[in-house]
Design a protein around this ligand. Structure first.
Ligand SMILES: *[C@@H]1O[C@H](CO)[C@@H](O)[C@H](O)[C@H]1NC(C)=O
Ligand SMILES: *[C@@H]1O[C@H](CO)[C@@H](O)[C@H](O)[C@H]1NC(C)=O
Ligand SMILES: *[C@@H]1O[C@H](CO)[C@@H](O)[C@H](O)[C@H]1NC(C)=O
Ligand SMILES: *[C@@H]1O[C@H](CO)[C@@H](O)[C@H](O)[C@H]1NC(C)=O
Ligand SMILES: *[C@@H]1O[C@H](CO)[C@@H](O)[C@H](O)[C@H]1NC(C)=O
Ligand SMILES: *[C@@H]1O[C@H](CO)[C@@H](O)[C@H](O)[C@H]1NC(C)=O
Ligand SMILES: *[C@@H]1O[C@H](CO)[C@@H](O)[C@H](O)[C@H]1NC(C)=O
Ligand SMILES: *[C@@H]1O[C@H](CO)[C@@H](O)[C@H](O)[C@H]1NC(C)=O
Ligand SMILES: *[C@@H]1O[C@H](CO)[C@@H](O)[C@H](O)[C@H]1NC(C)=O
Length: 513
């Protein structure tokens, strides 16, 4: 009797589960779905994609072209951000049929409007692929990630939308859309973003601590005023290309980088071309000084050595206030694509021109300390996300969780990641489910919490099990199609990775010390 009651109960449970899956989402639900009547939120598009149907969406902001996604309903919204100014943001909510009950917002890159590999790409490759209901917004303007001209000068509402407003309003609207589509609210709410996306995540928890239960912050550009000042400072150390302190890409790649490895690669126990913690590297460029008559593409001149010292040093104001930095030894190949190439990264100058000084004639060689002060003062769109009191998010009343990662060899944001890092940033175990990674062909080895930062965060939020490390993958040429090279642990700050002996391709051969 008892036994059969129990199996009946089991049968009942499995019927409920099957039924629940059937009604969660479907082509007909998508077709008949009307979002709730929310003030300032207009439905502008709705498309159902069957499992493994081709999803090929390219717009100015973002691109995805794949036939590997499970079935979902794509809902496109326009959200009014300031009715007086008639400003608005484009926002999408992607609703998988086989929903895991969770909400996930994704962020942007640079000054986008969607970096090419973000927004719809992360909605597909991160949210829908892992059964989250996903939301993303263009933050209220159209541009690629390096173009700041949309800001005006003086386009105040667009700047505020970029700073914080469009994402918050999108999260609020997105949650309502999710609730009405599935007839229940999401159980937990998450965020994942990198670079500007990292900044947006930090801004959210500082301003709207109840929006999320857990956030993944990748290489945040969260101190815009100091970051842009430092970027200009680094570029001015070598520019213009005719300057005696300019260091050619050949010198960075073939002279400086090999010498950095020579001096520092073994410090972590393994000479493998990867500097696991460059803080331990007391790099001395003097060993590369040219001797009289030496071909200067094989050595460094004195002005170049002096420039290198400034580049590898933290940047302080004349009054000894910390600004930002430094570039760390080890990422030389990437740095020439960042701030020290002949054509430096565009955003720092653009930021001063369009957001701060409102002077499109301004060029970075005019930089002086008063510009830094002005950047702090104007703080366009309240973009600086530097509030250190995050008790409202992380304290006992909310108990929110943050997993933050940075790349030592980042060429745009010191000790941080960047919009270009995963495309150009040399080699190292750099695939672990972060924003933009799967979209650029570098998915995590698996979606489990050991290899995938979002799953690790979910486990922490929902089972109170904090990660102790993650195992990241290095795909050859940063592309899954070129095959796995090795996997390796990522350590919790402030620990660092040390080789303990054994097979270097086995993560168990390393420890975090
Ligand atoms: C995706 O769309 C673009 C045009 O937007 C087209 O050039 C490309 O061939 C499409 N990809 C596939 C696989 O159909
Ligand atoms: C909305 O835009 C108007 C016109 O630009 C501006 O005066 C007002 O301050 C803005 N309101 C908010 C809340 O940003
Ligand atoms: C530039 O314009 C913005 C508004 O877009 C304003 O906040 C800022 O103060 C202006 N900068 C200067 C130097 O006047
Ligand atoms: C200096 O070295 C570079 C790179 O090795 C080479 O291309 C160049 O021809 C050399 N210049 C002279 C004057 O030998
Ligand atoms: C510093 O730069 C600002 C903006 O270009 C300029 O107005 C100011 O005159 C400069 N100050 C000095 C001391 O050069
Ligand atoms: C030093 O310079 C920074 C950056 O410009 C400024 O914020 C700070 O107030 C200055 N500190 C002092 C003591 O003058
Ligand atoms: C930090 O934030 C909490 C919650 O918002 C507030 O109660 C507390 O007073 C703040 N602490 C400080 C030192 O400002
Ligand atoms: C990586 O790219 C290089 C240059 O394009 C190519 O020569 C090499 O074969 C690629 N390696 C793999 C494993 O695909
Ligand atoms: C692993 O990657 C490194 C750096 O790109 C490369 O030199 C090496 O040949 C790769 N090894 C294998 C087994 O693919």
């Amino acid at each position: 009797m008892f036994g059969s009651a129990s199996s009946l109960h089991r049968l009942f449970l499995s019927i409920i589960i099957v039924y629940a899956k059937l009604v969660l989402g479907s082509a007909s639900r998508c077709a008949s779905f009307k979002p709730p009547d929310l003030e300032g939120v207009a439905l502008v598009g709705k498309t159902y994609f069957k499992a493994n149907e081709r999803v090929n969406i390219t717009n100015l902001y973002s691109a995805i072209d794949t036939d590997t996604l499970p079935a979902f309903c794509r809902v496109e919204l326009v959200i009014t951000t300031n009715a007086t100014a008639k400003s608005s943001a484009n926002t999408e909510v992607w609703l998988p049929d086989d929903w895991n009950g969770r909400f996930l917002a994704t962020g942007q890159g640079g000054l986008a409007g969607g970096g090419k590999l973000l927004t719809v790409a992360d909605l597909g490759f991160i949210a829908v692929k892992q059964s989250f209901a996903g939301v993303s917004t263009d933050t209220g303007h159209s541009s690629n990630s390096n173009d700041g001209s949309w800001a005006g000068p003086g386009n105040d509402n667009a700047i505020v939308d970029f700073g914080w407003r469009a994402l918050h309003l999108s999260v609020v609207a997105g949650k309502e859309v999710v609730r009405s589509y599935y007839d229940r609210s999401a159980t937990k709410s998450y965020y994942i973003g990198c670079s500007t996306g990292g900044r947006q995540g930090l801004k959210e928890i500082q301003m709207f601590p109840n929006d999320f239960d857990g956030i993944v912050v990748g290489s945040p550009a969260n101190w815009m005023s100091h970051l842009q000042s430092w970027s200009i400072h680094i570029s001015l150390n070598v520019l213009p290309p005719t300057s005696p302190s300019f260091i050619s890409p050949t010198q960075w790649n073939d002279v400086i980088h090999p010498e950095v490895l020579q001096q520092c690669d073994i410090i972590d126990g393994l000479a493998d071309g990867i500097i696991n913690d460059p803080r331990l590297c007391p790099f001395r460029p003097e060993t590369l000084a040219c001797s009289p008559g030496q071909n200067t593409s094989t050595c460094l001149t004195l002005p170049q050595i002096h420039a290198l010292h400034r580049i590898f040093a933290t940047y302080f104001e004349a009054n000894q206030t910390y600004v930002f930095g430094p570039y760390y030894p080890g990422g030389e190949a990437a740095y020439t694509n960042g701030l020290v190439g002949a054509v430096p990264f565009a955003i720092p100058q653009s930021w001063v021109q369009f957001f701060v000084l409102n002077d499109t004639e301004w060029t970075m060689d005019l930089y002086n300390a008063s510009v830094l002060r002005l950047m702090e003062e104007v703080n366009p769109g309240q973009a600086d996300a530097i509030e250190t009191n995050i008790t409202a998010f992380a304290g006992p009343s909310h108990n929110g969780k943050i997993l933050q990662y940075v790349g030592w060899a980042d060429q745009l944001i010191s000790s941080g990641n960047s919009i270009h890092y995963y495309e150009t940033g040399g080699f190292g175990a750099n695939a672990f489910g972060g924003a933009g990674q799967a979209a650029s062909g570098m998915p995590p080895l698996s979606f489990d919490p050991e290899h995938n930062i979002l799953a690790a965060l979910v486990q922490w939020v929902e089972q109170d099990q904090a990660p102790s490390s993650l195992t990241a993958a290095f795909w050859n040429n940063n592309s899954v199609t070129a095959g796995l090279n090795f996997t390796r642990p990522l350590c919790l700050f402030p620990t660092r990775l040390q080789f303990a002996g054994g097979d270097p391709n086995d993560p168990a051969s390393f420890e975090c010390v």
